[in-house]
Design a protein around this ligand. Structure first.
Ligand code: HOZ
Length: 430
């Protein structure tokens, strides 16, 4: 399915870009050696590559495209914004409107800073937590991924898990010792870390629904328990809702579960497909940021008017046309179809779903943490990935990622996906 033009671009790309890609998982490296297809354009639920192939897209730019590619009206919004200049390095009314909307929609956010990516958001949130608490340690969960800041590349999910380098070279050992890892969904382990080092822990950061070891929802009571233990010990709780923010619901996972973290990291959907992240939360904590307080954080392109315009488009559309019921229906339909395929083929695979994100693990399961997730048969996943691609369906090229459904997907496309899934499973497991 990887056509001659894509192959040629890949050859060219590899000469000037490491592995030919600007983000590791895109290289398709863990699912074989074909190299990736190269995208030319996208519309609705579809990607079109340089060879004229189309793909029903379940990567959706890894999450931002809640309403699909090039949703109606966004191009006009961006064209108007371009006409007013692409970057000012100065404050705008648009930023105020976006910040007010975020604060209205995300329950825990009283103040928010806009940055350029989810990685910037998590790095800044951790610095802020350390500055606020005057403590050093950060607790994260094995297999959670919080971008590529040094503090997080210890037992990291996503590309780290995909390529078997969860602990990155280039992160000084001294830095790694400040990050404490615990298994996801294991409250006893979290409590034990606090019992041992509670006075040194600045923050716990976690994905309230994990999405980067594949999708792993929180066990009943887990998030509530983490909230309790952090509060009791004076540590901040940081929810990384870069994936789940505005996807799990307009208030993210925290809105669904009624849990109030101290800080929240956002990205993806708030940029509407343009580069943007944000971190926000308690007013007393956020007021520690420069120039109000001593914690430094800045950015030339932060609050960029194009990204902010795209973000406002997304949040306004969420308000006027909430997509969550439809996304849940599509997610449930896909889940039922895949489960029926697994059963009729007599396979032992695990499907985890949280609303419009899901992962099919080549693993009998259950998958509740990174140890479980890593038991997956990644070779079989690679065969499955290519068998889906041959049928014109693009799922993430890694076992340790999520499938994203957008509101541009339809029931017919879900049904086509279920049929392709059956063929691909039969092929991948024979
Ligand atoms: N680390 C991202 C997925 N969790 C991949 C980003 C990309 O390749 O665009």
């Amino acid at each position: 399915m990887i056509g001659p033009r894509s192959r040629q671009l890949y050859e060219q790309a590899r000469r000037v870009i490491p592995a030919g890609v600007n983000s590791p998982v895109r290289a398709f490296g863990s699912v074989g050696d074909t190299g990736p297809f190269f995208v030319e354009r996208a519309e609705g639920a579809y990607l079109f590559d340089a060879d004229g192939n189309s793909y029903l897209d379940y990567v959706c730019s890894w999450g931002p495209l809640l309403f699909g590619h090039n949703p109606p009206g966004l191009a006009a919004v961006l064209n108007r914004a371009v006409g007013r200049g692409t970057s000012y390095g100065a404050a705008t009314g648009l930023e105020v409107e976006l910040a007010e909307k975020i604060a209205l929609m995300v329950p825990s956010i009283q103040m928010v800073r806009l940055v350029n990516s989810g990685t910037e958001a998590t790095m800044s949130a951790v610095r802020l937590a350390r500055g606020f608490t005057a403590r050093k340690l950060v607790v994260k969960c094995e297999g959670c991924y919080h971008g590529h800041g040094d503090a997080f590349l210890v037992k990291a999910g996503s590309g780290g898990a995909t390529f078997g380098v969860p602990d990155s070279a280039g992160v000084p050992a001294e830095q790694s010792t400040l990050t404490v890892n615990v298994p996801y969904n294991d409250l006893a382990a979290m409590e034990a870390v606090f019992a041992a080092s509670g006075k040194e822990i600045a923050a716990v950061i976690l994905e309230p629904v994990a999405g980067n070891m594949g999708v792993v929802p929180p066990a009943r009571g887990y998030l509530e328990g983490v909230r309790r233990v952090t509060e009791k010990n004076g540590a901040l709780l940081i929810f990384d809702e870069v994936i789940s923010g505005f996807r799990a619901g307009s208030g993210g996972v925290q809105g669904l579960f009624g849990i109030t973290p101290d800080l929240t990291c956002l990205g993806k959907i708030i940029g509407g497909g343009l580069p943007m992240g944000a971190f926000g939360g308690r007013r007393d904590v956020m007021e520690m940021i420069s120039p109000l307080g001593p914690v430094y954080q800045a950015g030339t392109l932060a609050g960029n008017p194009l990204a902010v315009s795209a973000g406002l488009y997304m949040l306004r559309r969420i308000e006027s046309e909430p997509p969550y019921e439809k996304l849940e229906q599509l997610g449930a339909r896909l889940e039922q179809g895949i489960r029926a395929n697994i059963e009729s083929l007599g396979l032992k695979l695990t499907l985890n779903r949280a609303g419009s994100v899901l992962t099919l693990f080549f693993n009998p399961g259950p998958v509740n943490d990174f140890t479980d997730s890593k038991k997956s048969d990644t070779a079989a996943f690679g065969r499955y990935f290519h068998a889906m691609l041959e049928q014109g369906i693009f799922v993430a090229p890694s076992q340790y990622e999520a499938m994203f459904i957008s509101a541009a997907h339809t029931e017919q496309e879900i049904d086509r996906t279920v049929e392709a899934n059956r063929n691909a499973l039969a092929k991948a497991t024979s």
